[in-house]
Write a protein that binds this ligand. Structure first.
Ligand code: GLU
Length: 366
């Protein structure tokens, strides 16, 4: 998402880094060395599909190799570009450092709309992408270990692990070349829901400290808090599910690709999720009001706003209209540096992505 006068995603991450690093008193030069991405590879490859050769573009960016393997997901989306993977790779470095997962930061992406391809085609594309990355050691159990991200999941990780194992038949650790695999392919229980669970835990911790609660001008506990979630993908779905089923939160708004649902009495997350899977969107869901302009619902009155879709959705164009006193960044980089400043000046508390969504990589480490 780009807005006029707004820096790019990578620049936005760097601006926030600069703000933090300004407080650290690092030796001269070290700041710049940490900030920059070490390497970004672009791979272009062809796959014979539907009677012709289709060309795809993918990236793997390595932000910091101060610890190896480097870690970070691979996303499938048409919006993937070099600036984005570099920003996301940097966030992985900071995220791993914060939770003391002993990894450097990396990120990958393939410029593709996964909904345009069937399962067989996606497997061909994924295997070829994995091949291109593996032959450059950009997938490697001891150097670079991808994971799921937007548009990818257990299935894609299983294909990648298998592709790597075929290319490295004597490597006993071959399956450790990616995390987020299905249980039956060497994955760990709890990885799928881990990021959403981490968002829940971060909020639970927030509401345990009266100083934090007061800073946001709030009171009480999570129980009864009105929550708006943007994006009911893997992270948003699990966060909303746990918060409503276990913490007493009311999910009063869910924003999806095709619009938003609102219900002041709370939405049933499981029912909305099933509806989306069946109808390819939220439109028509009973027991809720539907608004086609989903983004406007982020500006509605609520206690906690959870942007769980993608970067830059809270930006210079809407930050001053956001009413939530507490925002938790479940997605990577949903609040731009400019919006962050506006919101902080208004007294809004933002729980940052590098902490809020670190549950995924933490369970990857386990
Ligand atoms: N997509 C995850 C993230 O953004 C990947 C974490 C991992 O490497 O497990 O944190």
């Amino acid at each position: 998402m780009s807005v006029a006068n707004e820096p790019s995603f990578r620049e936005s991450v760097d601006l926030m880094f600069n703000r933090a690093v300004g407080l650290l008193g690092l030796p001269p030069g070290l700041e710049e060395k940490i900030r920059v991405c070490n390497a970004t590879y672009t791979v272009r490859f062809g796959v014979r599909l539907r009677g012709e050769i289709k060309t795809f573009t993918g990236y793997r960016s390595v932000h910091s190799e101060h610890m190896e393997p480097v870690k970070g997901g691979i996303r499938y989306a048409t919006s993937v570009n070099q600036d984005e993977v570099e920003a996301l790779a940097a966030l992985m470095t900071y995220k791993c450092a914060l939770v003391e997962a002993p990894f450097g930061g990396s990120k990958g992406g393939l410029c593709i709309d996964p909904r345009e391809w069937d399962e067989y085609e996606l497997e061909q594309i994924t295997r070829r992408f994995a091949y291109e990355l593996a032959k450059r050691d950009l997938i490697h159990p001891s150097q670079n270990v991808p994971a799921p991200d937007m548009g990818t999941g257990e299935r894609e990780m299983a294909w990648m692990a298998d592709q790597y194992a075929r290319m490295n038949t004597t490597d006993i650790n071959a399956r450790a070349c990616v995390t987020g695999k299905p249980l039956n392919a060497g994955g760990i229980a709890g990885r799928v829901e881990a990021t959403g669970r981490g968002v829940e835990y971060a909020l639970q911790e927030f509401f345990r400290d009266p100083r934090d609660i007061e800073k946001a001008g709030m009171s009480g506990s999570l129980d009864g808090k009105r929550v708006i979630v943007q994006g009911l993908g893997n992270v948003g779905y699990h966060a909303a599910k746990f918060l409503s089923e276990e913490d007493g939160c009311k999910i009063v708004g869910i924003i999806e690709r095709d619009g938003a649902l609102t219900n002041p009495d709370g939405l049933n997350v499981e029912d909305v999720r099933s509806w989306i899977i069946k109808h390819d969107g939220v439109k028509g869901f009973p027991d809720a009001s539907y608004t086609e302009n989903g983004a406007a619902i982020m500006e509605e009155d609520c206690d906690i706003l959870i942007p769980a879709a993608m970067e830059g959705v809270i930006n210079l164009s809407n930050a001053d209209r956001i009413k939530a006193p507490l925002i938790i960044e479940a997605a990577n980089g949903p609040v731009t540096a400019g919006a962050d400043k506006i919101l902080r000046e208004k007294g809004c508390v933002i729980i940052p992505d590098m902490y809020a969504n670190a549950g995924g990589v933490t369970v990857s480490y386990f």
